[in-house]
Design a binder for this molecule. Structure first.
Ligand SMILES: Nc1ncnc2c1ncn2[C@@H]1O[C@H](COP(=O)(O)OP(=O)(O)OP(=O)(O)O)[C@@H](O)[C@H]1O
Length: 533
């Protein structure tokens, strides 16, 4: 049973399976029942309210013997001033208690707290931050809501912990918390990519913009906003826009491939949604294991085999102390997504081929082999057949990977362009409409960075916008073709300006190909993105 209670421990609502609801334990937790500590002695709801932290109370730990057959895990839901808004509780018969329920209740409470920040501060920018970039999408990330003039309106609990020692109350300025000023940070944040800045205590954090502040004072005007959600929650259906006829047909074929565990290769320009398609395939496969994405272009060549297939303790210089099982084993029972597969170094291609033939792996420096069961999905924006001709990619590996090939059309060629724009608008700024004329104008542009670039363009227009809708004028400042010589973040920094100009020049000379630019200049693709989009 899940119960929601107010700050005094009065149960407001419950959801329960029938047998528990009918049991004597279930009948004691009903809307209106009071679970404050002074009424019921030791119990999870009462103690969580009193201690202001998650609490689990098992069986006989309850003060009243009549509750001895209950196990309850409760967590308070706090607002950003630390006031308790309510309590969430999961209760079950004591014999059915599980440790991980406690973690789930805590996570659910944290999710509600984050959701409240988004709904309460729709007029603010909301930034996620964390010392590690891969945690930006998790509940450990700090969230800070900031008004359009840089005043902090709200910070979530993880954010307070990350900024411990600094003044975090409502009204402090972004510049009081971070060394990079609000204006300079915004230059980087509006592009949609993560920036790295230091807080005033000197710790480096990654930060990304999760919500663009609306201009709430403007009144809505009649405009084309999608009247119904674009997606319905059905795991068999893609959770991305897929109304383009060629893409729809290709995606439909994936269900059979997933059922037969056929290797699927996804081809498409950068930013067309290859990873989204790969994740959809994983959902379709209903495999219990993880979806493990490997950016093959980001792993240095000497480490590639060890990273994928694992290594034993001390297998090579700088190897992790206890060795590592490798990404292929992490994907056992699930899906291994080899992104940027064209970047796999030739020696590693041979090892990968052997693995695909046998589904057997042996860690570097190890003796034992392990059989694993993974769905292989690969992706690239390169023409692997051309690379085979140039002897840069093994033909036998290509034919092992591409039992089914999905070609994702570039954004400019998609018949569902308008739907994609509406979908991105709904995610970025659900209250903001966009005119059909503006969509038509966007459709005429070239989109070398595809949907990712379209997303950044909409973000920029929303930040610059003075109304609560976007029209043709909103895109007047957009460069129609190509890019200026340096990006906004580098414009005032003499040292990085030259480097930035070089990146942008190589980007143009490669026909706006991010991967190619990254390879030519020996940079990560993220760095290239930061400077060109
Ligand atoms: N059909 C779609 N509907 C909605 N959003 C999409 C769609 N396709 C892509 N996107 C969005 O575009 C961005 C890029 O998608 P994704 O990372 O999957 O592209 P990619 O082809 O794997 O890029 P790269 O080759 O650069 O790694 C993501 O933010 C994704 O959510």
């Amino acid at each position: 049973m899940i119960a929601l209670a107010n700050a005094d421990g009065v149960v407001l609502d419950t959801i329960s399976d029938q047998s528990f609801a009918d049991s004597s334990a279930g009948r004691s937790i009903i809307p209106g029942s009071v679970w404050s500590e002074c009424e019921r002695g030791t119990n999870a709801l009462g103690l969580a309210a009193r201690e202001r932290q998650p609490i689990a109370i098992y069986g006989r730990e309850h003060y009243f013997r009549c509750h001895g057959h209950l196990s309850c895990m409760a967590a308070p839901i706090l607002d950003s001033n630390g006031k308790i808004l309510g309590l969430l509780d999961a209760s079950c018969a004591n014999e059915a208690r599980q440790q991980h329920t406690h973690a789930l209740v805590r996570m659910a409470a944290a999710q509600i707290e984050n959701g409240l920040i988004f709904s309460e501060w729709a007029g603010s920018f909301i930034f996620a931050f964390h010392p590690r970039a891969e945690y930006l999408d998790t509940l450990s990330a700090g969230l800070v809501a900031v008004s359009r003039d840089g005043a902090v309106t709200s910070i979530n609990r993880p954010g307070m912990l990350l900024l411990a020692g600094l003044r975090t109350e409502q009204g402090v300025h972004f510049d009081d918390l971070f060394e990079t000023s609000f204006g300079v940070a915004m230059d980087g944040l509006w592009s949609g990519s993560a920036i790295r800045i230091r807080d005033r205590a000197g710790s480096a954090v990654f930060m990304v913009c999760r919500q663009i502040g609306q201009r709430l004072e403007a009144q809505p005007i009649a405009m084309s906003v999608p009247s119904r959600p674009i997606f319905v929650a059905d795991p068999a259906k893609p959770d991305f826009v897929c109304e383009d006829w060629t893409l729809k047909r290709a995606v439909a074929e994936m269900a059979d491939a997933a059922a037969l565990r056929m290797p699927v290769h996804i081809h498409g320009e950068t930013g067309t949604g290859k990873e989204l398609v790969a994740r959809h395939l994983h959902r379709l496969s209903k495999r219990k294991g993880e979806f493990v994405a490997v950016n093959c272009g980001a792993i240095p060549e000497p480490l590639f085999i060890a990273e994928i297939f694992g290594h034993e303790r001390g297998a090579y210089t700088n190897a992790r102390d206890n060795g590592a099982p490798g990404l292929a084993r992490a994907a056992d029972g699930g899906t291994l997504f080899l992104d940027e597969v064209a970047d796999i170094p030739l020696p590693a291609q041979t090892v990968l081929l052997r693995f695909l033939d046998s589904m057997e792996i042996r860690a570097v420096g190890g003796q034992k082999t392990h059989n694993i069961d993974v769905q292989i999905v690969s992706a690239t924006n390169h023409n692997l057949h051309e690379m085979v001709k140039e002897r840069m990619f093994r033909a036998d590996l290509l034919y092992r990977l591409n039992a089914l090939t999905i070609n994702i059309p570039p954004l400019g060629a998609r018949s569902d362009f308008a739907l994609i724009v509406q979908h991105l608008m709904q995610k970025l700024a659900p209250e903001t409409a966009i005119t059909d004329a503006a969509i038509a104008r966007l459709a005429q542009r070239s989109w070398p960075g595809n949907i990712r670039e379209l997303n950044s363009t909409l973000q920029r227009a929303l930040i610059r916008g003075h109304m609560n809708h976007l029209d043709e004028e909103s895109f007047n400042d957009e460069p129609v073709q190509g890019v200026a010589d340096c990006c906004n973040a580098c414009r005032n920094q003499a040292l990085s300006r030259r480097r930035c100009a070089e990146i942008r020049s190589v980007y143009r000379s490669t026909g706006c190909n991010v991967s190619e630019t990254a390879r030519t200049l020996n940079l990560s693709r993220t760095t290239v993105y930061k400077h060109v989009l």
